[in-house]
Design a protein around this ligand. Structure first.
Ligand code: GTP
Length: 372
């Protein structure tokens, strides 16, 4: 049967319109997936200062050197084409290694060793154009490696570049100018890198700490709970939670003032930290509620830890001579838990401790609320 053009067009139209909602759905799904991936990449780069510097260095440098490689290839300069290609492959491999392993300190050092070798190779093979890359190498060295490594490396590079430059016929004045300008760039890069690193560390710290008590904040709590529950589910180790809630804290605020209340919170956090094990982690859940995450514990050791903390607070925390106490809800993680149900069980237990008259420890059932 011969299909007329009109009939074909309308059949095709039906076909497209029949599949259109599906293609629209796929597009939306794909866009959502791509959006999530982009969000994850951005988050990782903004969380990890050194990784972002490695990526910001490697990818533009690989593209720039790749451009030179194409130019050398068109010129028929095989040796320099090979050097450029090797550098591009190295830069992509190193950035991939940093991304996958997260070991940015080692990657940074390896990277600046290779950029140094690259600069000296270009200087040796292509002559004085290599000197321009020495500035890029100097800045990268201070940003990507620790000062104890960066300072001797830059000194070595200046010495080697001056020797190669003089062998290529550069006069003493030009060599002294080169060494001086690298020195000025080094001081700038060193102080700027140090400042940026300190600020990045401070921001990372602020993002996960409660400023008043120094305990981890809720974001840090969620992350640590996810890690702990994953270990419990793999049956690698047990983990327990103590939800600690100061008793009648509002009265302390009302009677002695908010600043005094703040002091009590700080002192409480210090006491819990100093009377728990090194591997335990304290978080401020909100207001006068804290969470102590106990790694590698069983039922008995979790209860012992809870008793020890409760006794310590009872004996050593007071305000204006008046003792301060806390109620504790304890929950041992079960392989059936997720972090939310585990936290929820500890929260329910502390609520029961309050209704039982406070200054009490209640241990939650082992099963998550939905499975009882
Ligand atoms: N000083 C100070 N007070 C805070 C802070 N965050 C929350 N609070 C106060 O903590 C008090 C908590 O009060 P409630 O939830 O009634 O708890 P409570 O008085 O301890 O009573 P129970 O928990 O039932 O024993 C409120 O008055 C909050 O204003 C803080 O950072 N500093």
């Amino acid at each position: 049967m011969r299909l007329s053009r009109f009939a074909f067009q309308s059949h095709f139209g039906y076909l497209v319109s029949a599949f259109y909602p599906l293609t629209g759905y796929c597009d939306r799904m794909m866009l959502k997936k791509l959006g999530n991936q982009y969000g994850n990449i951005r988050k990782r780069l903004s969380d990890d200062f050194r990784l972002s510097i490695i990526m910001m260095f490697c990818i533009p440098a690989a593209l720039a050197i790749g451009g030179f490689g194409v130019y050398r290839y068109l010129q028929g300069d095989w040796l320099m084409t090979m050097v450029d290609t090797l550098l591009v492959v190295l830069l992509f491999s190193i950035s991939g290694f940093a991304w996958i392993t997260g070991n940015t300190v080692l990657t940074g050092i390896v990277l600046v060793v290779f950029t140094g070798i690259g600069v000296l190779s270009v200087l040796y093979l292509a002559g004085l154009v290599g000197l321009f890359w020495a500035y890029v190498d100097t800045i990268a060295t201070f940003f990507l490696s620790p000062p104890a490594f960066a300072i001797p490396k830059v000194l070595f590079m200046v010495g080697a570049s001056v020797a190669l430059g003089s062998a290529s016929g550069l006069g003493p004045l030009a060599l002294i100018s080169f060494a001086t300008t690298v020195f000025v760039v080094s001081i700038f890069a060193f102080s700027f890198a140090r400042r940026s690193r300190a600020q990045a560390r401070l921001l990372e710290e602020q993002a996960i700490r409660d400023p008043l008590t120094g305990a981890g904040n809720r974001r840090a709590l969620e992350e640590e709970l996810c890690i702990a529950i994953a270990r419990v589910q793999r049956r690698e180790s047990g983990a327990g939670l103590l939800m600690l809630d100061l008793d009648h804290f509002k009265e302390i605020n009302d009677r002695y003032g908010h600043a005094n209340g703040d002091e009590v919170l700080k002192r409480f956090a210090d006491l819990v930290r100093t009377h728990s094990r090194h591997e335990d982690r304290l978080f401020r859940f909100g207001g006068e509620e804290f969470v102590l995450l106990l790694n590698n514990v069983r039922d008995e050791s979790m209860i012992l830890a809870a008793r020890h903390i409760q006794q310590t607070i009872r004996d050593r925390l007071n305000t204006h001579g008046q003792p301060v106490t806390c109620s504790i809800g304890a929950a041992l993680a079960s392989p059936h838990d997720d972090w939310e149900s585990w936290l929820h069980r500890a929260d329910n237990a502390v609520y029961q401790a309050k209704t039982w008259g406070r200054d009490t420890i209640i241990v939650a059932d082992h099963l998550p609320a939905g499975r009882r």
